[in-house]
Design a binder for this molecule. Sequence first.
Ligand code: SIN
Ligand code: FE
Length: 292
Amino acid sequence: MSQLLEQTLAAWNPRLTPVQSQQLALELESGKALYFPNLDFALRPDESRFLDPRWSDRRAKNISYDAARNSLKGAFGNAADLGDLKRMIGRFQAQAVGLINALFPAYRSALHVAPTSFRPLPVAGRVSSWRHDDARLHVDAFPSRPNQGERILRVFSNINPRGAAREWRVGEPFPALAARFLPQLRGPLPGAARLLHTLGITKSRRSLYDHYMLQLHDCMKADSAYQRSGPQEAMPFPAGSSWICFSDQLAHAVIGGQFLLEQTLHLPIHAQYDPQRAPLPILEKLLDQRLV
Ligand code: SIN
Ligand code: FE
């Protein structure tokens, strides 16, 4: 069963009927990536200069723009150029948030908009430890940012000017994935969540949900046989296309490409069209335990 669902939509402010919104949301909430081959993020002519790795400060993998704080991180350049870069990333943020609001009106009042990322460096040839290696199938879970079950919804646009695809692999549906790794998931050490928070390693208290999502992330990435021969399909997202997914639910890996824009939105589970499809209730059922 494919985890990809292609949609012909070609505008950032599509009009859907409530029934269409619900049908599409249930696919997304089942963990599928909604792929929009005709939805392009258009650069202005003077913005094509940003399609160059020289704008990265080389310390961070991504350039990150927090529009609410007007703060740009990971970029290198003079103030005028960086102002233009902020405008480009900010326009993507507005379009990405507008797309989600238009597609899924029920999410609208509950969404929190996170910073926007621009990824000007090539994916291939990155060196990192296995835990940080996004070329391995994983679900997104971040050690320092517990989210107590809130969803990670992401909008991506491949803006490569030379036609290079963003090469992903996507894995099996979340219920099968979680059941597969369940025997390997270990509980936290007593007192660990409090200690991590006191030491400032986590930004808030790590819930059991966050703990088990990190375990799942790590177990997947550490399992070479699973990486090689676990259920997966290749998906080269073409230049000029966009896609969205709950990246805490869809197993994904990125193995190639350059020049990507990404917007993260956080969604409380109660705002889903069907909260039962979220990773939290699925893990709670498998572990027979409340996790937040
Ligand atoms: C990831 O979320 O693992 C990376 C996605 C990408 O950069 O294409
Ligand atoms: Fe990821």
